[in-house]
Write a protein that binds this ligand. Structure first.
Ligand code: CP
Ligand code: NVA
Length: 301
């Protein structure tokens, strides 16, 4: 494992090992206090962030490392100087690069020209760190990922792509429910279907909300991702039946609710579900740090 750009870079055993390590770090933080001693991580963010930025920063600090945060003070990546030169220079000082970019091509280019590991902290195509935290959360809640039945409902986006890949790698039964015209990226679907076939999982795509019946958890995300200029008023009616409400959860007997956040309360999910008993949102947020720390400890040692 040299970089983490997409979960498809991981074998099943690598992914499961990351989750095990995350659980160990979470249970015994003192044991890992020096795991990144003397290591420096540069974080480049082209887009806003709360969870990713703070969980990486505090997580690196807990492992004894140091992080340097860079926003768009110099303009978008590749504007002041090429991504290639940027990657080459940062590699002279830093031990790893964490990057959140508009285009996935930019993260790939960073990885191509950096001589240190690159971690994708969200691109237009994937959000692997999020889904590692989500799988960790499901493992904690369900006791095991074996036989996991997971549904994603709403807009097919970067989080959906990573969720499909992660679910496929662990052999889960994954259902993706989207309005027509909003299904996830075809390439990611094909990759996930191939991985699901290898690992004994399945992937169903449907516009039919009743496919929620019997799943362990339902996951949703914003209907309009960062960098997407769609207006909510143009899609609200089309998406209305895909809102996660208490009634929907009860009708299809779904116990757990997941959201990567930030959420739009009253849009893709109601307050009642966000703050309800089955809501895993804060456990997911907490696990961002532990999952990412497992990634950094693995990549940097
Ligand atoms: N879930 C997530 O990545 O949140 P941020 O955009 O706040 O980092
Ligand atoms: N799909 C969302 C995820 C935010 C963490 C976006 O890209 O904006």
């Amino acid at each position: 494992m040299k970089h983490l750009l997409s979960l498809k870079d991981l074998s099943q055993s690598q992914l499961l090992a990351l989750l095990e390590l995350a659980l160990k770090i979470k249970a015994n933080p003192a044991e890992y206090r020096h795991a990144l001693d003397g290591k420096n991580v540069v974080m480049l963010f082209e887009k806003p962030s709360l969870r990713t930025r703070v969980s990486f920063d505090i997580g690196i600090n807990k492992l004894g490392g140091h992080c340097v945060y860079m926003d768009q003070q110099n303009g978008a990546l590749g504007k002041r100087e090429s991504v290639r030169d940027f990657a080459g220079n940062i590699s002279q000082w830093a031990d790893a690069i964490v990057a959140r970019t508009f285009s996935h091509v930019t993260v790939e280019e960073l990885a191509e020209y950096a001589t240190v590991p690159v971690v994708n902290a969200l691109s237009d195509l994937y959000h692997p760190c999020q889904v590692l935290a989500d799988l960790l959360t499901l493992k904690e809640v369900l006791g095991s990922l074996q036989g996991l039945k997971l549904a994603y409902i709403g807009d097919g986006n970067n989080v959906t792509n990573s969720l499909m890949l992660g679910a496929a790698i662990v052999g889960a039964q994954m259902t993706v429910i989207c309005p027509e015209g909003h299904f996830p990226d075809g390439f990611a679907v094909t990759q996930a279907q191939q991985l699901a076939a290898v690992h004994g999982g399945s992937l169903l795509l449907t516009p039919d909300v009743s496919a929620l019946e019997g799943v362990d958890a339902v996951y949703t995300d914003t209907w309009i991702s960062m960098g997407d200029s769609t207006k909510l008023s143009d899609i609200a009616a089309k998406f209305a039946q895909y809102q996660v409400s208490k009634e929907l959860m009860e009708k299809y007997k779904v116990k757990s609710f997941m959201h990567c956040l930030p959420a739009h309360r009253g849009v893709e999910v109601t307050d009642e579900v966000m703050d309800g008993e089955g809501s895993l949102i804060l456990q997911q947020a907490q696990n961002r740090m532990h999952a990412q720390n497992a990634v950094l400890v693995t990549l940097l040692n």
